[in-house]
Design a protein around this ligand. Structure first.
Ligand code: HEC
Length: 157
């Protein structure tokens, strides 16, 4: 069997397409791994602030953590490009497809997290540790939990 000149070009082009989609799949896996690490960083910040509220960490540590949360809140939306849902990448991604079908609300919750964290930074600066504890519980609810409910698959375990 012979492909002729143009047949060979077409076969070569198919090979390149297969290669680049394999590379893209690898990129996507790195991206999802990176965003999971990023989310764990937010959880570590939450813990540092919670520890401060309980008198188990310094105000300096809590200030560093809330500043990190403010910084990270602006980066969340860009970490979810289309094609990285749990349907696209089963067993790897826990991002529900709703992120892309109901995107406006997703963006809105990230903004709520940002605004809530900015307000909480003031509480850390001027309020009591008890007030910080209350602010932190609220942030966990309206900033983190509000997004995980509709947009994150139930985590195993
Ligand atoms: C706008 C939506 C959104 C916000 C806000 C958000 N998350 Fe997430 N989070 C997700 C999604 C979606 C996933 C699943 C990501 C994946 O599997 O690729 C996730 C995953 C996680 C994970 C699981 C990581 C793992 O082990 O798989 C943790 C922990 C986490 N988030 C913590 C937080 C904390 C703490 C906050 C608040 C400070 C927060 N997130 C705010 C959407 C959000």
């Amino acid at each position: 069997m012979t492909f002729g000149k143009w047949g060979k070009v077409a076969v070569a082009a198919l090979g390149v397409a297969a290669l680049s989609s394999a590379v893209f799949a690898q990129d996507k896996e790195a991206l999802v791994k990176n965003r999971i690490d990023f989310m764990k960083g937010q959880a570590a910040d939450n813990k540092a602030i919670g520890d401060y509220a309980k008198g188990m960490a310094t105000k300096e540590a809590a200030t560093k953590a809330i500043n990190d949360l403010i910084d990270r809140s602006g980066k969340i939306v860009a970490m979810f490009p289309a094609g990285t849902s749990s349907t696209d990448m089963p067993g790897k991604s826990n991002a529900k497809a709703a992120i892309w079908t109901d995107h406006a609300k997703f963006v809105e919750i990230a903004k709520t997290l940002h605004d809530t964290a900015v307000a909480e930074a003031d509480v850390i600066k001027t309020g009591t540790p008890e007030a910080v504890g209350a602010a932190q519980a609220n942030l966990g609810k309206v900033g983190c939990g509000a997004c995980h409910g509709p947009y994150r698959e139930k985590l195993p375990g």
